[in-house]
Each structure stands twice: as structure tokens, then as C-alpha cells.
Design a protein around this ligand. Structure first.
Ligand SMILES: [Cu+2]
Length: 323
């Protein structure tokens, strides 16, 4: 079961964030010789995401891989940290004009922590022809349940141009604080109700994926709702590789998965098994198209899974619905 976070009562919200903090304090399973930056069970998830980033973004595995990854996350919270509640999702349009007022990011004890401290050095971002104004924070998060978490992996550069190997810093150990810079300018433009409606109105999977992630970026710099959510939180969330260190990562991806599943449900015949794209970032022409038999890997988190196994939330080993 997955629920909108605003529907959760205070005690349920705290149960969730406490379980996430618990994963920060559980031992890692990945070997430290090969993964020196992996210090906790949570880092197993981060390193696995880093390891497969170049296969599961801006391509045909984006939706299927992240669906299974979310499921593994929920399973770890339940089985390793005693979580009994539901996996929350971030219903973007509810607070797209005022992130800091949302129950997710208001900085209270029942939130996912609030904005980062104001960093005077944070700069606007240029993306195509578009200049994105800086957010309101940029520094360390100092309030709420995640104020004391330490990040160990990343950061990766936002301006990479080559995607052939996992870039520096790889799996190096780099302890630092969790940072955020709330950005209503981004949230209101790229995670609003119109975009959710456009997603749900997509006539095929190709169109759906284009609204999720405009790639290559349009000349006006507009990005999709996936990038919109990442850039509306700034800081740790802007990291393509290491963003699962931002607790909201999983709520953002649950919303993407939710919209995908609603869209699939609306036309069982043509959408349930619809795929488009390859298993390589940016779909290079040489890469083969993803099929239902394409195998996805999850490292230490899970055995390899075929794409077929995740196309329905209620088949192939998955069993959940969205409320
Ligand atoms: Cu990802």
C-alpha cells in the first residue's frame, strides 16, 4: 500500500522517518574494500543506485528499475527496521507554489526536514536557454528528523557530458552533511497539476516518458517532471547518481511510479506491457531496445529481475496499490 504523505497522521509520518534513520544505522552488506564510501545499510541502496545509474535513467529501464528499487526499499524498512506503515508518495501539485509550507518540507518533527541553511554562494543554474533561479537554502539541513544524518557518497558533478563509466568520485568515502535548497520557481513550473494531467493523458509510452524526462533537453531548457522534482529540492537531490541520500528521493519516485501505474491501469491492453527505449542512458542508437525479457540488476539488494516481473504492481512478486 502506498499513501500520500499528507494523508498520514503525525505518528505514521514519524514511524516512516524513524525507519529511514534506522537504515542509516544498520550495517552495510556491500564490501568496504570495493565500496569504501558504503558505511550503512542505507548506503547499500545509494551505492546500488550509483552502480546502475548509467543503465536506468533517460532510457527504457527508468520506470521498471525504479519500481523494483522502491519495492526493495519498502521491504528493507519493514524487515530490517520494523516499519509497519505504508510507503508515502509526494503528491507534487499540492504544494508546488510553497514547498516550505508543505507537511513534507516544513522542517517540523513530522516532516522530511526542511530547507537547508542559506548558502550565499549558491548560484543560478543554466540549463539550455533557461536560467533557473537559485533556491532558498543550499547549505546543511538543520531541523527535523534528518538534521543529523551524514552522507557518505558523492557528490557527482551536475555538468557531466560523457556517460561511459561511473564518474568520479565513484564509491569513495566523502562524509558531509545533507543539503537542500527549496525552489518554488522550479516546483511550480515543472511539478504542477497540468504536468500530471499531461502525463496521464499521454497516448503511448513514448509520450509518457517524454513528459517524465525531456531528453535531450529542449532548447528552452524545460525539463520533465522527474528532473523537476529533483531540482525543486536542490542540494543532495540534484545528484543524478547519489540522490537516494535525500529521503524525499523515494517519495518523488513513488509519485512517478504511482502516475505510471494509474496510466497503465487505464488501458490494460495497450499499456500494461508497453516499453520504449534501451538499457543505456540516453538511448544511444547502438543499444538494443528493452524487452520484457531484459534482465535488470540490483546488486546486493536483490536477485536479477526481468522487466516483465515489474510491469504490474500486483504480479511477478510485487503486491501493492496506491490510495
Ligand atoms: Cu534514479
Amino acid at each position: 500500500m502506498v499513501r500520500a504523505r499528507s494523508e498520514m497522521i503525525a505518528a505514521e509520518r514519524i514511524d516512516y522517518t524513524s525507519a529511514v534513520v534506522c537504515l542509516h544505522h544498520k550495517p552495510a552488506q556491500l564490501p568496504s574494500a570495493e565500496f569504501p564510501g558504503v558505511k550503512s545499510r542505507l548506503d547499500d541502496f545509494v551505492a546500488t543506485h550509483i552502480n546502475y545509474t548509467l543503465r536506468v535513467h533517460y532510457d527504457g529501464l527508468f520506470l521498471p528499475w525504479h519500481r523494483r528499487y522502491l519495492w526493495l526499499w519498502e521491504r528493507a524498512l519493514r524487515e530490517e527496521c520494523g516499519y509497519r506503515g505504508q510507503l508515502p508518495y509526494w503528491n507534487w501539485p499540492l504544494w508546488d507554489n510553497n514547498l516550505s509550507a508543505s507537511p513534507l518540507f516544513d522542517g517540523s518533527e513530522t516532516s522530511l526536514s526542511g530547507d537547508g541553511e542559506y548558502d550565499p554562494n549558491e548560484q543560478p543554474i543554466t540549463n539550455g536557454n533557461l536560467t533557473i533561479p537559485r533556491g532558498t537554502g543550499g547549505g546543511c539541513v538543520r531541523h527535523g528528523p534528518f538534521k543529523d544524518i551524514e552522507l557518505h557518497l558523492g557528490p557527482f558533478s551536475r555538468t557531466l557530458t560523457s556517460f561511459t563509466d561511473i564518474p568520479s568520485p565513484g564509491f569513495a568515502y566523502n562524509p558531509r552533511c545533507f543539503s537542500r535548497s527549496l525552489n518554488d520557481w522550479v516546483a511550480s513550473r515543472y511539478t504542477n497539476r497540468t504536468i500530471v494531467d499531461t502525463l496521464l493523458a499521454s497516448k503511448d509510452i513514448n509520450e509518457f516518458l517524454t513528459v517524465v524526462d525531456h531528453w535531450p533537453p529542449r532548447m528552452d531548457g524545460v525539463f520533465g517532471v522527474h528532473g523537476g522534482g529533483h531540482f525543486s529540492l536542490g542540494g543532495t537531490m540534484q545528484d543524478l547518481f547519489a540522490s537516494p541520500q535525500e529521503p524525499a528521493f523515494f517519495l518523488h519516485h513513488a509519485m512517478i511510479d504511482r502516475v505510471w501505474s494509474i496510466w497503465q491501469d487505464r488501458d490494460e491492453e495497450t499499456r500494461r506491457y508497453a516499453l520504449n527505449g534501451t538499457g543505456v542512458i540516453l538511448n544511444p542508437p547502438s543499444a538494443p531496445l528493452v524487452t520484457l525479457d531484459t534482465v535488470m540488476e540490483f546488486g546486493v539488494l536483490d536477485q536479477p529481475r526481468s522487466v516483465r516481473e515489474v510491469m504490474s504492481p500486483v504480479e511477478g512478486g510485487l503486491c501493492y496499490t496506491y490510495t
